[in-house]
Design a protein around this ligand. Structure first.
Ligand SMILES: [Zn+2]
Ligand SMILES: [Zn+2]
Length: 349
């Protein structure tokens, strides 16, 4: 026996099984919390969900949640699955930027499956069936629904949200997009929907603050949006383009990519869902492995039995299991190894 192991084994204390079981249950309950792979929770996260040639963004601010748009008809399930994957069970706010189906198509499904407290919709009225379904869904689920005015604000956790366009006074559905600017700490985030140049001009004329750290590029990177004047006012450090791979519109258009040539740009058609996080000062892109997941409390859990009078640990049922009073219970292989036991050669736990 090595000196090291001897030392470790000295630390083993006999703990009654029932006490261990209590710890185990407590550990299980806490394991249901949502962590990233490093075990931390980011204060502010934006997930530009990959919904192909459409828009959908999830914002999590101090645990409060908001969904801006929900992809095309038929993509609601993808959005709901994504919410589940990252542990979002309830939406504090839902925003339908404008009634085009690539923005609201998935929202009726989301309403069916996820509790939504409050919604903001554009004043633009559409006659499509999808739009009717959205309104019906909001009504059926008793979601407090507002048509915001330009300049109106609300908060989401510690984030301040301002509608820099309420979308009123436009004949064009895209221009009627609700445009939301969020500030969190010293960072700012602009969500433009499909607002085109006329809406951009109205925003510039409003005098509202447009300068933003991160810009969700208008209308999937179409040349109908992102005018030079608008980009000069926003001066983004980071741009995100939500569009489909090889989409028939040719989005993002080259002229827009050229205007963004000095801006770090992330595209959902190339990267899939794009996740950005901040502590309120620095914005970072999260690689796949660093992203939020719901930890599975049963991952890697089993029952391993050490022997207070020996060096080996066993699986339940092994013929070399110690007598009950000498059983030392562990629920993960890592923990039984860390306690200094070696696997039994017979049951190979
Ligand atoms: Zn669109
Ligand atoms: Zn649109």
């Amino acid at each position: 026996m090595s000196k090291k192991r001897k030392k470790k084994k000295k630390n083993k204390s006999k703990m009654p099984f029932i006490t261990k079981l209590t710890f185990f249950v407590a550990a299980l309950i806490s394991a249901f919390a949502v962590y990233n792979s490093q075990g931390e929770v980011y204060p502010f996260e934006v997930h530009y969900i990959d919904v192909d040639q459409a828009d959908s963004a999830l914002i999590i601010a101090d645990g409060k949640t908001m969904l801006i748009d929900g992809g095309e008809i038929g993509y609601g399930q993808r959005v709901v699955d994504y919410l589940e994957e990252v542990g979002v069970e309830k939406l504090d706010v839902m925003i339908a930027t404008h009634p085009h189906s690539d923005h609201i198509g998935g929202l009726p499904y989301v309403l069916e499956h996820v509790e939504v407290a409050e919604a903001y919709i554009s004043p633009f009225v559409h006659t499509s069936q999808t739009y009717e379904e959205l309104l019906d869904g909001l009504m059926e689920k008793n979601v407090a629904t507002n048509v915001p005015e330009t300049g109106s604000t609300f908060s989401l956790g510690g984030a301040q949200c301002t509608f820099v366009s309420g979308g009123a006074g436009f004949d064009d559905c895209n221009d009627a997009s609700l445009v939301l600017r969020i500030t969190y700490g010293t960072t700012s985030w602009l969500f433009t929907g499909d607002a085109e140049v006329p809406a951009e001009q109205a925003m510039l004329a409003s005098g509202l603050e447009l300068d933003s750290t991160v810009l969700k590029v208008g209308h999937h990177g179409s040349e109908t949006s992102s005018s030079v004047e608008f980009l000069n006012a926003v001066t983004p450090e980071i741009a995100v383009i939500s569009c489909g791979k090889d989409n028939s519109y040719g989005h993002p258009h080259d002229i827009i990519l050229d205007r963004l040539r000095n801006v770090t740009t992330y595209r959902t058609d190339r990267l899939g869902s794009v996740v950005l996080i901040t502590d309120g000062a620095v914005v970072s892109y999260l690689d796949e492995g660093e992203r939020r997941t719901v930890s599975n409390p049963f991952d890697g859990i089993g029952l391993y039995i050490g022997n207070y009078n020996g060096d080996k640990f066993h699986k339940v049922g092994c013929e070399y299991m110690p007598a009950f009073q000498n059983m030392d219970f562990y629920f993960t292989r890592d923990s039984v190894l860390a306690a200094g036991y070696d696997p039994c050669g017979a049951c190979r736990p």
